[in-house]
Write a protein that binds this ligand. Structure first.
Ligand SMILES: N[C@@H](CCC(=O)N[C@@H](CS)C(=O)NCC(=O)O)C(=O)O
Length: 256
């Protein structure tokens, strides 16, 4: 731990029953082996359930009003936005460099993951988050096709180039950072949601796959993955497996 490390009480507020964007925060806390309360997963009688998340958004008890979960409450702070929460937690959990330039770059990469996650979300909700998937399935199929053919390779290739230049096998610097645990989640999620295209593209990202395997074995993460705190992927989260969206990387390869 760095000398500036101060471990506080961490209360995470995120929708119960799914990994969602809350998982990026859980993975950082779990990698560091830090205790936290996953408040909405508590019984309603103990202040849990979705009500806890709604309550946090409506009256957070702070001037720091969030728009959407995940939300981290610690002391007087009420923080939202995955990248912002991780920027705050990084030094406290020893999950980012102490070098200022590397800290900015860690944030930059996390924000790039935020962009990628938004695009992944839009593959199943390309028209509106307030409509059911079934109401936008046709558009979703087109969106998923464009995503796996163009955007997924663009983002993964970008991160692969970064890790290929790394001497330590981490995305930034010599040590594990929260960008590594976030990339682990993205890779696990993409292989769940788009198993065909992901398998086809796997040969192009050996460095990222080695990182994924390394993170899986990290003591804090391995402990988490084998616990009941790690919910399986499901069709309520960011990464959803719908058979019709499991499109190949090159749909017209065999045509003509
Ligand atoms: N950019 C935000 C996105 C937050 C977000 O979209 N949260 C979702 C759950 S994963 C939500 O409940 N959104 C409610 C809304 O947008 O109305 C982040 O990275 O934290």
């Amino acid at each position: 731990m760095t000398s500036s490390t101060q471990i506080s009480n961490f209360d995470l507020y995120y929708w119960p029953g799914l990994q969602g964007r809350g998982e990026f925060i859980r993975l950082a806390l779990e990698a560091a082996g830090v205790a936290y309360r996953d408040v909405a997963r508590l019984p309603e009688a103990e202040g849990g359930g979705a009500k806890a998340v709604v309550g946090m958004m409506r009256s957070p008890g702070s001037w720091m009003v969030p728009l959407a979960p995940p939300i981290l409450k610690t002391g007087d702070l009420v923080l939202a936005q995955v990248a912002n929460i991780l920027f705050f937690l990084g030094p406290k959990l020893d999950l980012c460099s102490e070098r200022e330039d590397q800290r900015w770059y860690t944030n930059q990469l996390q924000l790039t993951i935020t962009d990628l996650v938004a695009e992944i979300h839009d593959t199943h909700h390309p028209i509106s988050t307030s409509m059911y998937y079934e109401q936008q399935r046709e558009e979703a199929i087109k969106k998923a096709q464009a995503f796996v053919a163009q955007r997924m390779p663009k983002f993964l290739n970008y991160f692969e180039n970064i890790i290929q230049k790394s001497t330590a096998g981490y995305l930034i610097g010599e040590h594990l950072s929260y960008v590594d645990t976030s990339m682990f989640q993205v890779l696990e999620g993409l292989s769940y949601a788009f198993p065909t295209a992901f398998a086809e593209y796997s040969g192009s990202i050996p460095g990222l796959l080695a990182l994924r395997d390394r993170i899986r074995k990290h003591p804090g993460i391995a402990n988490y993955l084998s616990s009941d705190r790690r919910l399986p992927f499901n069709e309520h989260g960011i990464f959803r497996r719908y058979p019709e969206l499991n499109v190949p990387l090159h749909p017209n390869k065999d045509a003509s």
